[in-house]
Every structure is written in C-alpha cells, then in structure tokens.
Ligand binder design. Structure first.
Ligand code: FES
Length: 378
C-alpha cells in the first residue's frame, strides 16, 4: 500500500485490524506494545473520532437528496473498514440520537473501492435511505443528519450479491428502495465496463418517486445492452408477473435479482418456483417480516443484573439495549445469528412465525419478543 502523504496514511483504514495481516496492523501492533497499558485507541480517538480499532466508524461527508423522501449518504469509513465487499451487500449503520444508539441495515449503493468526485479521490461508501413514515431512524437519516456526523458501522455482509464477471443475461426486478442493492451492481458493472445483456424493471408509485432516475437513464443511453423500464403503480397498479412473457419473453433464461416489498418478493418466489427456476432467482428482503407478536413482560438480563418491562412488539435485542446491556448483534433482521442468546427462564416468541421458545432454548434476540416474563443469559 502506498500512502501519498502523512494525512492520507493516518486516515487510511487499517484493513488489517479486521483480522487480517498487513503492514499497518504490524505497525499498530508495535505502537500498542510501546504504549501498553494504554491502547492507541485510548487517545487516538480523542484526536480524531474515526481512529478506532475497536469498532468501525465513519463520517458522513455528504447528504444528497434523491427524491422528496430519500437521500444518499456518502460516508468516509475510518480504521478497519473492509472495502472488498461485493456489490449488493448491506451494512449496519449506528447513529446516536438523543443519547441512544439506533441501528439499521442498508444496502450499499456503491461498488467496492469507490471514490466519488468531490471527495479528493478518497475511498468512500454510500447508502440510500428512504424515509418511512413510521421509521424514526430513516427519517432522521434523510432529514436530520448533517455532513460531519460520526456514525458506527458494521462490516458489509449479505448473500444478495453478483459475482464477477456478471452472467450473460440478467433481469433485475425492483420496487421502491429495493433498487438500492441493484444500483451497486449496476454501478459496478458500469465501472468495469462489463454491462452484459441486462433488463431492469422498476416499480414506483409515481415518476417523482424513482430513486436514481437520471442515472438509470444515463446508463441506458451509454450501454446499448442495458435497458431500464419503469412501471408506475399509481397509474397502472401492481406489475403482473404474468406479463413477463409478453414484456420480456426470455425472462426464463435470465439470472434474476429481485428486491422490494415482502409481498412482491413472495409472488416472485412463487412464480419462479412454479416455473422450476428457483435456482436462477436471488431475493433480498429488507426487514424481517413480523407476523406474530409476543405478549410482552419483564425481561431480565441475568449476568448484567438489569431488567426492563417491554411490550410484545419490542425485540429482546431492543429491550436489552434500552436497559443498557451490551447486546451482541449483526444484521438485526434474523439472518446472521450473531444475536443468539440462551433463554434461562420463561418464554419468548419468534416474531416472524410465532414459534415459542422456552427455558434452555437459543433465541435470536433481534426477531424475538418476550412472551411473558423471561430471563436471558447475558
Ligand atoms: S442480529 Fe443477525 S440474526 Fe439477529
């Protein structure tokens, strides 16, 4: 790795800190030994809040409106961020609002090792957030966060990815903010000049609601093999999958990536299953679907000696965080299993399917709620 100047060297992410080798980590390790018992972190982040090896952080460097209720956040990650993620993966964002950390996952909209004009050639990442009426954090990210804000980051993850080189024939089916992971794939293909035969069908309520509309049109103009099609649900209702045969007669030959509301994805999965094509379909769900609720109760965190009373819609993870317990978590949507804890007494309910967990069972705290009083081993 070559650093052009001291500042760049200082601000460069310690890729190795995230469990990899590398010169920087060796150097930081040496510094840590010299400075024992204090770790470099203990005073480094006094100088710059992005200098932390214990957790990933980032600074918001730009907030750019996409539509009336959505915005792109450009973030400059600090020490330890791994820029080698795959287009289509998501990232956890933690932001401090009124003294509490709030976390959500958002798809990265940029390809790996991305540097945007206007940021001095530095590698940045971006996410696009749509403000949901009931979503406190998403509204805050779209309308409240200012450039300069320091946020926490989680390592990119997720299996909704496109390998490189891309398949010869691709179909993207997106709706609303479901376009965000696909945007990363498209930008990645564009940057590597490998836009194969790609058809994109995007549904939005009105033309004004389309995120990245101009960029999609520009891509369309630049790459004859890419075509983007808009379906306005406000005028035409939902897109009917039975119309695929007429609109895109070769859809069965295409490797398909779909992202959007749960009901749309359910229909797509069914349609592809019935066509015997499930192995050609990749689906990304943004939220764990919650069809059940617990009864609520008092949740006790045994080792931390804390307890909190919660309703049946609050996850055990949120319950712990509100009581000040250091809860483990990853995706916060029921995928990664990082949040699993043992239930040492009482009952909890899986909010996705209503399954009841009892004493001795492992529970995914991010998608489970109390079903009466219960105790977790943490
Ligand atoms: S945090 Fe990923 S499954 Fe719970």
């Amino acid at each position: 790795m070559v650093f052009k100047n001291v500042r760049e060297w200082l601000e460069a992410p310690a890729a190795s800190v995230a469990e990899r080798g590398g010169r920087l980590n060796v150097l930081r390790g040496a510094v840590a030994r010299v400075t024992t018992p204090l770790l470099p972190d203990d005073y480094l982040h006094l100088a710059n809040p992005l200098w932390s090896a214990r957790e990933l952080r980032g600074r918001v460097v730009e907030v750019r409106k996409e539509t009336a209720d959505s915005a792109t956040l450009v973030i400059k990650p600090g020490w330890g961020f791994d820029f080698k993620y795959q287009p289509g993966q998501y990232i956890g964002i933690g932001i401090l609002v009124e003294g509490r950390w709030h976390w959500r996952s958002y798809s990265l909209t940029c390809p790996p090792n991305w540097s945007e004009p206007g940021h001095g050639g530095k590698r940045v990442i971006s996410i696009a957030v749509k403000a949901m009426p009931e979503g406190f954090l998403s509204s805050h990210l779209v309308n409240g966060v200012k450039p300069g804000a320091v946020i926490r980051l989680q390592a990119p993850q997720g299996r909704f990815v496109m390998s490189f080189p891309p398949p010869d024939k691709v179909l993207f089916l997106t709706a609303g903010s479901g376009i965000t992971p696909v945007m990363a794939m498209l930008r990645g293909m564009d940057r590597r000049e490998r836009v194969t035969d790609v058809v994109h069908l995007h549904s939005a309520r009105t033309a004004e609601d389309v995120m990245f509309g101009n960029e999609l049109r520009a891509l369309h103009d630049r790459h004859p093999s890419f075509s983007t099609h808009l379906h306005l649900t406000g005028e035409n209702g939902k897109f009917k999958l039975t119309d695929l045969d007429e609109r895109f007669p070769d859809w069965r030959d295409r490797e398909t990536w779909a992202c959007g509301p749960a009901a749309m994805l359910d229909e797509i999965e069914k349609h592809w299953r019935e066509a015997g094509l499930s192995d050609k379909l990749h689906v990304e769900r943004f939220e764990a679907e919650r069809s059940a609720i617990g009864e609520g109760g008092t949740v006790t965190f045994a080792k931390s000696d804390r307890s909190v009373e919660v309703d049946g819609a609050t996850s055990l993870l949120e319950a712990g965080e509100s009581a000040g317990v250091q809860m483990p978590f990853g995706c916060r949507m029921g995928i990664c299993q990082t949040c699993v804890l043992t239930l040492s007494s009482g009952h909890a309910r899986d909010l996705r399917n209503g399954d009841e967990k009892r004493e001795g069972d492992k529970v995914q705290t991010c998608i489970s709620a109390a079903a009466g009083d219960c105790t977790l081993e943490i």
